[in-house]
Every structure is written in C-alpha cells, then in structure tokens.
Design a protein around this ligand. Structure first.
Ligand code: PEP
Length: 265
C-alpha cells in the first residue's frame, strides 16, 4: 500500500487550568519556542475565558488556537454555552469534541457529540474528535467495539469531503491525567489501526489521510516511542502542555520524527 504522508499534530489541552497571568505567560513561551517552525502543526486549547488573551499572545506565531468544547447552536437561550461563531470570532481554528471528561463527567452522548461535529465543521472550525475506552471496557475486551462505535456514531452522516478538517484523538480513559497508567506504544498503535480501519469502512481510502493523535500521559520521556509508531500521527497533551518546556520538548520529538520519516521516503 502507498504510504500517505500525514503532518504530525501536537495539541495542548489546558482543561480548567491557569489564571490570566499564567495563560499569558504560557502562550508567550510556546509562541517563542515554536518560532517559525511549521513542519509540525501545533495548537493550544485554553479555557474559554482566556481565549482572547491567548489569541493576542499567539499573534504572528505558528501556534494555532483551539477550544475545548462548543454548543451546537448558532445563538439563542443557552445559558452558559459558547457557539462556534464566538470561537471563530476569538481566533479559534480548532475545537476538541467528545473528550472523555465531557463524556463521563458531563454525560455527553455520541449523538450529541455528532451534532457538535457537524455544526463545528459547517461553521468553519476544524474538529479533533476524542474517542477512548474505560479500564472496565478494556478489561472486558470491549476496546475495539467501543472505539468503532464512538467513530461510527460520532461521525454519522459526515461527508468524506470534510475528512481533511478532522482528526481523531485516541485517548484511553485509564491513561489520562494522574492515573499512573500509560498505554504502551504497541497498545496505542493497535488501537490507532482499529480506528483507521473503522474510518476506512465508513469513508474508504480517504481514511488513510486522517491524522490520529494519541492522548494519555504523553511526556517528553515517552513521546519518541509513541510518535515513532506508524499510525500515531501526533499527541493530545493535558498535564505536560501546562509546562512550556515539556510541551516544547514533545514538539521537538515530533519534528525529529518528521525528519526521520522524510529521510526514509
Ligand atoms: C487529556 O486530558 O486529553 C490528556 C491527554 O491528559 P494527560 O496528558 O494529562 O493525560
């Protein structure tokens, strides 16, 4: 099969962390650290209240802005929610949808996530759809079925023409945050293949071009082993993205892996 080149994508999910001063400092440090580097796609997703401030501090840099969520309506009586147009207004290019914390803490269903995917893409935001199994599901040998179902339901009725604006983040719930667990590079690769095969059944050969990131305790120490897997096309990073030095070190690993792949083709 022909090897499809996929640009590595490293994205930081700041979750409900930072205050204004910390967000400004972190954004500045990442913008400076990335400099003019554009071989790897880099984005940060601060909390909603700091999007405007982070936009300001990323201006002129190669780092893109993303949001951690949206509400799938243009406007209206939806107290506390944020529309896709508002995110675009603030300079967002990306939105993370279906994060496990929204699925499991806030009870979001696949159908609701699917609505968000459609509305986000129609509005002009690029989507990172998160999928991943819980520990219980893994131990019951349900991982593949869970991933396939989250892909099928989350991307239902999506046109293949929109795939270039979509990436998938495989985030095993048991490996996120301070769980003390990490997926091995082999486990990550296996599940990325499951995801790519599900995409291929839905969309055909276009599935080869979809970037699939791994998320779950990615650190500078394990980034190289993960990113050297053929189907691990980037990383979605929580904890380590709150430290500019760690986040930049992971970006550097992605650049080096890109260089290695360029040399070998
Ligand atoms: C996440 O929340 O998406 C995540 C991957 O977090 P961490 O890197 O801290 O495991």
């Amino acid at each position: 099969m022909i090897q499809v080149k996929r640009q590595k994508f490293v994205i930081g999910n700041w979750k409900m962390h930072t205050n204004a001063a910390e967000a400004r400092k972190l954004a500045k440090a990442i913008a400076v650290g990335v400099g003019r580097e554009d071989r790897v796609c880099v984005a940060v997703c601060p909390p909603f209240p700091y999007l405007a401030l982070v936009t300001e501090n990323l201006k002129g840099s190669k780092v893109s802005l993303g949001a951690q969520n949206l509400y799938p309506e243009e406007e209206g009586a939806f107290t506390g929610e944020v529309s896709p147009t508002m995110l675009l207004d603030l300079g967002c290019r990306f939105v993370i949808l279906g994060h496990s914390e929204r699925r499991h803490i806030l009870g979001e269903s696949d159908a609701f996530i699917n609505r968000k995917v459609h509305v986000a893409l129609a509005a002009g935001l690029d989507v990172i759809l998160c999928v991943g199994e819980t520990l219980e599901q893994r131990e019951a040998n349900q991982t593949s079925a869970v991933l396939e179902s989250q892909i099928i339901l989350g991307l239902a009725a999506l046109s293949a023409s929109l795939l270039p604006r979509l990436s998938i983040a495989y985030e095993p719930v048991w490996a996120i945050g301070n769980s003390g667990h990490q997926a091995t590079p082999q486990q990550a690769e296996e599940e990325h293949i499951v995801i790519r095969e599900s995409l291929a059944r839905m969309f055909g050969k276009e599935a080869q071009s979809v970037v699939i990131q791994y998320g779950g305790s990615v650190k500078p120490e394990n980034a190289s082993a993960l990113l050297s897997q053929p189907n691990v096309d980037g990383a979605l990073i929580g904890g380590a993205s709150l430290h500019a030095d760690q986040f930049l070190a992971i970006i550097q690993v992605a650049i080096e892996q890109t260089q290695r792949e360029e040399k070998s083709t």
